[in-house]
Structure formats: C-alpha cells, structure tokens
Design a protein around this ligand. Structure first.
Ligand code: GLC
Length: 732
C-alpha cells in the first residue's frame, strides 16, 4: 500500500464503514450505534435518518445502572451482540460511561452514574458479554464529555486528581477488565486540547499506562487537525472526509511536521481491528447465529423491572391490591417515553403503551388509588442539548397537586433520563422511578405496581432537593467548563458537606425486607450475611463503601463505593456475599496512586465495621485547574474550527447562513422545534464548521467562504463561492 492508501485507510469510508482493501483481503467493517440497542441505518450516509432497522430497545443506562447487577448488563450485552450478528454489524458503538457531573446534562440518560466504580464495572460486564458474541464494543466518550452544550468546541478544565479519580476511572476499570475493541475519543477539549488530538489521554494514559491495544476512533466529525490527531493516537477519523486527511496531512508530511511512521501506525491499527472484529475476522468463531427477538423483548421487560427504583411507599400503598379501583392517567399513560434521543435512538421491535396494560376504573376522586404516569417529554432532554432546569412540565406538577388534593392515595410513576425536582413529594403516597425503561417498560410498570415483580433498584445518581444544591450549578454549561467542584461530584459532595438531598445515591425501597449481619473483614476479603426477612421474593443490591480515616491528612470524600453485588432471595432465605478489596479500594491520586495512612472502615448498608489499613504517610499534593483562555475571536482569527453562530457576530453572510440553516432544519421536522431539531441545530449552527463539512452537510468551499467573510476577506470569500458554483455546474 502507498502512503496515500494507508492514510485513506485511517478515515471512514462512510458514516458506518471502514475502507476495504481487496488486494489485502481486508473487508469493510460495519459499525452501528448504540449502547442500549441497535440503530442500523437503512441509509449508510445519513446519520440523522431515523428509519433504522427494528431492534430491541432495552432500558437506557440511567435505568440499567440502578439494577447494580453486572449479570443483567451482561445479558443485555449478549442480546445486543446477537442482534448485531443478525443484522450485520461488526462493532457496536457503546457503552457510554461519562460521569454525571451535573443532572442537567441532556445525555445523562445514556450514561450510568455519578460514581466511576459503578459505571466501570457495569460497562465491563456489558462489553465482555457483547464481545463474547464476536461483536466489538466501543467505549465512549473519552473523556470528560459531561455536557451537551457546545460539546464540539467546549473545554473541560479539570485538575489532575479529579481527572484521574472521577472522569477516567470508569474507562480504566472497563478497559482493564473487558478490553473493548475500541475507544471513541470525545468531541470536547480537555484542558485546551481536543480529545482526538490529546496525546496524554490517547497514548500516555490509555495505551502506555493502561495497556489498551485496540483502536481509537474519533467521535463523528470530532477531528479538527488530522495530523495532530494521528500523532496523539487517534487511529480512525469518522465518518471520513477526504478534505481533512489528504490535504492537511500531505502538507504536514512534506514539511516534516508529521512522520510517515505515524500514518503507518494508525493504518496498521485499523487493519488489526478489522482483521479481528470485521467480517470473517479472528472473532468470527464466536459469532452467534441465532437471535430471538421475542426473548430479547422479555429480557428488556425483566431489565426494566429490575432497574426501577421505588423512591417512596408510605403505608405500603404499593403493590396495588386486586380489589382496589385505580384511576390511571397522565402524559405517559398513553405516550410512554421509553428511550432518549439522538444517535442512540432505536426503532423498537415492539412497543406497548401503559393504557394497553393497565385499565383505568374512572375518576381519580372516586377511585381507591390514583396513579399518574408522568415525566420528562422528549423535548426536555437529548443528545445535543442540555436541560434548562430539573423541573417537570408545569402542567404535570399541577396535575399531581390537583390529584393529591382529591385523593390521598395518589401514586406517581416517573419516566425521565435523570433527576427531577419533586416539591410535591409530601402530597403523594408513593413514587416509582422507571428511568427510561425501553420498549417493554409498560408491562414492567404493571408488574411492579401490582406486585407481580418486586422493585429492587437503587439510585445510581443523587437526587438533589433543588438544582441550586448541585456543586457545579453555577458554572455548568459554559463553553469553557471549569470543574471547580473537583472530585466532589454527586454523593461525594452531598455527604462531605452534610447537605440534605431528596433521595441519596443508593436509595431504593422494596416490597420485602433485607437484613445484614456478621460483617467481617479479614485481610482483603469482606463478607456479610444478607437475609430476606420479609414475605416476598426480592432482589437486593448490596453496596460496599470504604470510609476514609477520620483524621485523614488529605482532603477526600467521607466514603466511596468500592464494591457492589446483587442477590435474589426467597422469604427467610439468606446468603453470604463477599467483596475483594485491593489497593485501589483505598487509594487516591497524588501524582500516582497512593494509600494515605490511617484507619479505614468498611460500610455496608449503613453499618460500618472497623478495618485497620496501613498506608503511606506523606505531604498531600494539591492540584490546580489548568487555565485555558477562550477569548472571543477577532476578524482574521476565524478558522473552520469555529461555529457559524460565532462567525455571525461579525459576518452578515454567516448570519444569513444561520437563518437559512434554521429554516432548512425546520423543514426536516415538520416545522417543530423538537428534540431532533435542537440536536441538528446544535451540530450545525452551534458546531464547528469542520463538523458540518465532514458530515457532508455543506461543501468545504461554502465553509471556507463563510470563514473568509468573517475574516474580512470578501474577495477570497467570493472566489470560494465561485469555485462552488463552477463545481456544481460541472456536476449538473
Ligand atoms: C454521535 C455521538 C456518538 C455516536 C456517533 C455516531 O455524535 O456522540 O455517541 O456513536 O455520533 O452516531
């Protein structure tokens, strides 16, 4: 292969495929979204096309994380692998493990937790099972992609300790415990450098320190400088765009800014990846040849049941008794919100509405029980944009309050991709949180409300009283996002500051009762007896925390989750669960992983035993957040890496472009400013021009003309438009 052919191999052939090399028997590998089911495009060129092939829509990660059950995530990973085999995908672009730094993040529905240990362990279980079917996983988005606001150009300014302990650990656990076929580099910058161009992340840490030997791809259209991304270790530019690789790289090779070896390295990694996970590759021996969509639908229902969290159940009003009359209503009763939106959107193999499985006996004021099915509508959260607050729609809050006023036995069932404020909580008897439960969510809700299934989930994200309590509330969403809260994210913050939350991380009720006894800590083994002392079969997620020394010389959280397991027990049955401690159960990052001296305790289910742990004694290292200046650009400084709305500040042409783009997008959504519109708007008008060029949205000539107009080069701008005009004439 010539250098040019090698370079061509390091970009996508299209939105979902790699470049085949027939003379080397190298096939094209097919990728497909996403983390909770397949989105196999009917068209391989259009990533926003919603008409993907039907696939099982499993509960999204916000739900499955609440199961605290690695076996369940493995079952889902295996099922998605079977569907990928059946539908012709070789690699699935998931799971997403970004940390829930702030509950406003529009994409939190697609991620597991505020805690990196939970996220890492569940992701590893999913990837191992998925890859067990011969299908590659792709863990994403590496790293610090914690907001959707201007995600393609934002900067995450984060100190080293926080980066290590909070934002990298989930990736580290999953990569070391499941060897995903690939890693997707995120859109955003970390301390000023775009992730696909960030050598510290992609080579120094990912490969040299963690031993990752798979492929690194960019998120779609995430690369600005291809030469820098090759040097940093980003092997594959997706979805592929000749303009960037050939023109830019050829120039840099010629000027000695980029060594040919770097291109060869990337090409060899792409080849190795395709030879392993592509059609007929090394993993093909593990490929499954059976796929039962009906059983996958049943699994989706089981997952939805086991991921639900019973937040409140006064007077044990739940489960509903057969003799009780029920008024069932609310926005989700007839239009279930069962998944998020954006690249993870699935066309489900089947879908049931709650009104089809739970009948309503009549008026809320006349029935024994009133059940309101509510939550966040599609337009409140999605990939591509963030929420503006944590509130339910006002009309839903009004409905809850009016119902509670006429029926003291009011129950709320919530469907949302994350935290919602619940000022009405004291007016209702019970609250069941379903997250986004997937295509079989309606049956799951019925089974849970009527007791055919017993809720056994726990929150994997803290539910604050109100948004102002969130540690990153005042800085969140800035284009230059400064992670000033450091390691104090989620429960680490609320517990350290003794701040009352509505529902804490790990909260979850059951229709039965579990008791713990005989907690022992011997060497690095922790054991505890768990007994079902209630009257119903049920599941229990057992969470183990390591409590920091009270006299710790280093500023650190009061306790951190370092183990969890899920057990299912019949009434009066009991079992012993075991946890293994290791140095990282106690360590913090101080330029390396170290264990500060002191007495540590092990805490399970709120009960703490004493464990004496010898540790290092040292002077703590404090870290500062690297300063990154993102001052507004002046004419002459704009590049393709800037966004149309930024250019519009100084260019009438760019301003017109933004308005025309808005009109065009509205024609695609029937004039509705819905979540699809918001996402496409975020990717085009609020996204760097290079992204729109790489996705095929506009020509590079038009993009260059816009940039020149903002830089005051009117003649150059006109020349680019003329080039475009001539190119179109030739084409026609
Ligand atoms: C999107 C997402 C990523 C997805 C990719 C392909 O922009 O950020 O998660 O896998 O593009 O659709």
């Amino acid at each position: 292969m010539t250098l040019r052919e090698k370079l061509r191999l390091t970009e996508g052939l299209s939105a979902w495929k790699t470049v085949p090399v027939p003379e080397e028997d190298l096939p094209s590998l097919f990728m497909s979204d996403g983390p909770h089911g397949l989105r196999m495009q009917d068209f391989t060129e259009n990533i926003f096309h919603q008409g993907s092939k039907p696939a099982t829509c499993f509960p999204t990660a916000v739900s499955t994380s609440q199961s605290f059950d690695t076996n369940l995530l493995a079952e889902i990973g295996k099922a998605i692998g079977e569907e990928a085999n059946e539908q012709g995908a070789d690699v699935v672009l998931g799971p997403g493990v970004n940390i829930k730094r702030n509950p406003l993040c529009g994409r939190n529905f697609e991620y597991f937790s505020e805690d990196p240990y939970v996220a890492g362990k569940l992701a590893a279980a999913f990837i191992n099972a998925l890859q067990g079917t011969g299908i590659g996983g792709c863990i994403k988005h590496f790293a610090c992609n914690n907001q959707e606001e201007r995600r393609m150009s934002s900067n995450s300014a984060v100190d080293e300790r926080t980066l290590r302990e909070i934002y990298l650990t989930a990736f580290e656990i999953a990569i070391k415990e499941s060897s995903p076929s690939s890693v997707m580099a995120a859109y955003n910058r970390v301390n000023g450098t775009y992730c696909p161009e960030n050598k510290m992340l992609l080579t120094d840490i990912l490969r040299d320190e963690w031993g990752f030997d798979g492929l690194v791809m960019s998120d779609w259209t995430a690369i600005d400088n291809r030469s820098e991304s090759l040097k940093a270790g980003c092997d594959l530019l997706m979805p592929g765009c000749h303009y960037y690789a050939e023109k830019q790289v050829a120039k840099d090779v010629k000027e000695g800014k980029l060594k040919k070896e770097v291109i060869r390295r990337a090409a060899n990694r792409v080849k190795a990846w395709v030879r392993k996970f592509g059609p007929g590759g090394e993993m093909s021996g593990q490929r499954t040849d059976s796929c039962n969509y009906e059983s996958h639908n049943t699994l989706a229902g089981k997952a939805a049941e086991q991921s639900a969290v019973l937040l409140k159940n006064d007077d044990n009003i739940l489960p509903i008794k057969p003799s009780e009359t029920v008024a069932a209503f609310g926005r989700m009763y007839t239009k279930l919100r069962y998944q998020g939106a954006g690249s993870s959107l699935i066309n489900p193999t089947k879908l049931t509405q709650i009104c089809e499985v739970i009948k309503s006996d009549g008026n809320p004021s006349e029935c024994d029980i009133a059940v309101i099915f509510t939550g966040l509508p599609d337009e409140y959260e999605s990939e591509g944009f963030d929420r503006t607050d944590l509130k339910l729609p006002p009309e839903d809050v009004k409905l809850i309050e009016e119902t509670a006023a006429v029926n003291p036995n009011t129950i709320v069932v919530l469907f949302a991709g994350g935290v919602v404020e619940t000022p009405w909580i004291d007016k209702v008897k019970a609250v069941l949180y379903m997250g986004l439960p997937g295509q079989a969510g309606a049956e799951a809700v019925k089974n849970l409300l009527y007791g055919y299934a017993n809720p056994c989930g726990r929150l994997a994200e803290s539910w604050c009283m109100e948004y102002a309590d969130v540690p990153s509330a005042d800085t969140y969403g800035a284009k230059n996002a400064t992670y000033k809260e450091g390691i104090y994210v989620g429960y680490r913050y609320y517990e350290k500051n003794a701040l009352t939350v509505r529902f804490p991380f790990g909260h979850g009720l059951s229709y039965t009762k579990f008791e713990y006894s005989d907690l022992t800590v011997k060497e690095d083994i922790v054991t505890v007896r768990v007994k079902n002392t209630g009257s119903r079969y049920g599941g229990e997620a057992v969470l183990m925390y390591v409590v920091a020394p009270e006299d710790s010389v280093v500023d650190r959280p009061l306790r951190e989750l370092k183990g969890f397991t899920k057990v299912f027990l019949e009434p009066n049955a009991e079992t012993t669960v075991k946890f293994n401690l290791n140095p990282r159960s106690f360590a913090i990052w101080q330029g390396k992983w170290v264990i500060p001296g002191g007495v540590y305790k092990i805490q399970i289910g709120g009960k703490a035993e004493e464990l004496y742990k010898q540790g290092d004694v040292f002077a703590p290292i404090t870290y500062t957040i690297p300063v990154y200046e993102d001052s507004p650009k002046k004419p002459g400084e704009f590049t393709l890496n800037d966004t149309p709305d930024e250019l519009a500040a100084v260019s009438l042409f760019a301003k017109t472009f933004c308005k025309v783009t808005e009109k065009i997008l509205l024609t695609k959504t029937g004039g509705e400013r819905n979540n699809h519109f918001e996402m496409m708007y975020a990717c085009s008008v609020l996204g760097p021009l290079r992204a729109t060029v790489q996705s095929g949205g506009i020509s590079v000539e038009l993009a260059e003309a816009l940039v020149d107009s903002a830089n005051g080069k009117i003649i150059d701008s006109a020349e680019h438009l003329m080039d475009l005009f001539v190119a179109r004439l030739k084409k026609s």
